[in-house]
Write a protein that binds this ligand. Structure first.
Ligand code: NAP
Length: 309
């Protein structure tokens, strides 16, 4: 039986792994389908303390994993398919196999929010993408106009990154003001290749018949006027949804499915703790996720020490 199973290897999961490993709890750390989490899809991370020149997101996560493994964390490629939290020890089904655990830290993070258009899903990977760092340099986008949807830091980051490859980057936002932090917004709008399209929503990605992206249909939300914008790619950057479906109905969540901790990082199920973006819709930073991972590890350590008294 595992003393602690950590679900997720983003900043929260790997920091929890480091701390529980150093507490001799030999954590089993499960990667899920995206080892390293969402940060691996970011280019340069400029706001993680300790890296004055910034650090590549993928490299940061590789370093975190190595640091946790150095102290005995067992990082395993595997996806949790089911959890039984009504019995002790808990039982997780990982790629078909049962794993018994005394405690669990849920650090399953969040995934990309989709626009919810049928044409968007039909053209995914055929020009519709959720990650400029992963796909921006593909030949299909080079020297072509592309569209970024969204108005937050992610959209600004994607748009700025894409100016390296695309001829024009249309930033389509549903309001007339960016939500992004001032520094990111200023940097993005100052880039001559970025053309903002305000007060507008993408209503259809074209062209499903051709089986590739050739443009988007756009609606101006103030005038209701519709237009078509030619582009070779659509980069959707409209925020995230927490990866918490596995725990629905058992672990307390808010109306948007973010896990609600009860006290510190403890959830409503004794022995189950939570950390990072799957429970945080406010700060959502690499450094806050890491901090919460540390807190969850300390809470697990104290909980297990209390059981053994
Ligand atoms: P976000 O801040 O929640 O912004 C999402 C954006 O998408 C908003 O502008 C929102 O519009 C728009 N949006 C949401 N749903 C939409 C829909 N259905 N259709 C069209 N537009 C929609 O998400 P984020 O940009 O991913 O950022 C998440 C967190 O990560 C933030 O805390 C951010 O600071 C952080 N982050 C930091 C960095 C960095 O510092 N390097 C980079 C990326 C992200 P409204 O504005 O109208 O709500």
């Amino acid at each position: 039986m595992e003393k602690v199973v950590i679900i997720g290897t983003g900043c929260a999961g790997l920091t929890a792994a480091l701390y529980t490993a150093r507490a001799n709890l030999h954590p089993l750390v499960l990667t899920g389908t995206m080892p390293g989490g969402l940060l691996t899809t970011t280019s340069i991370v400029e706001n993680y303390p300790g890296f004055p020149e910034g650090i590549d997101g993928y490299e940061l996560m590789v370093r975190m994993q190595k640091q946790a493994e150095r102290f005995g964390a067992k990082v395993k490629f595997g996806t949790v398919e089911a959890v039984k939290l009504s019995q002790r020890p808990f039982v997780l089904t990982v790629d078909g196999d049962p794993v018994a655990a005394e405690t669990i830290i849920i650090a399953s993070g969040a995934g990309h929010r989709h626009l919810g258009l049928e044409s968007e899903s039909l053209l995914e990977r055929k020009g519709v993408t959720y990650c400029a760092t992963c796909d921006g340099a593909l030949p299909m986008f080079r020297n072509q106009p592309v569209v970024v949807v969204g108005g937050g830091d992610s959209a600004c980051e994607e748009a700025t990154y894409l100016t390296r490859f695309a001829s024009t980057v249309y930033l389509v936002h549903r309001r007339d003001k960016l939500r992004a932090s001032q520094i990111m917004a200023d940097r993005t709008l100052a880039n001559p290749k970025v053309k903002p399209i305000w007060d507008s929503a993408v209503t259809e990605v074209l062209d499903v018949k051709q089986d590739k992206v050739t443009g988007v249909r756009i609606k101006n939300l103030k005038t209701n006027a519709e237009s078509v914008l030619d582009c070779a790619g659509v980069f959707v950057a409209i925020g995230h949804v927490p990866n918490t479906q596995l725990f629905k109905g058992v672990i307390d969540m808010d109306e948007n499915d973010y896990i609600l901790p009860k006290q510190g990082t403890a959830t409503n199920v004794e022995g189950v703790f939570v950390a990072g973006d799957c429970s945080d819709h406010v700060y959502r930073q690499a450094v806050t996720a890491a901090g919460l991972g540390c807190a969850a590890a300390i809470d697990v350590e104290r909980y297990l020490a209390g059981l053994n008294k």
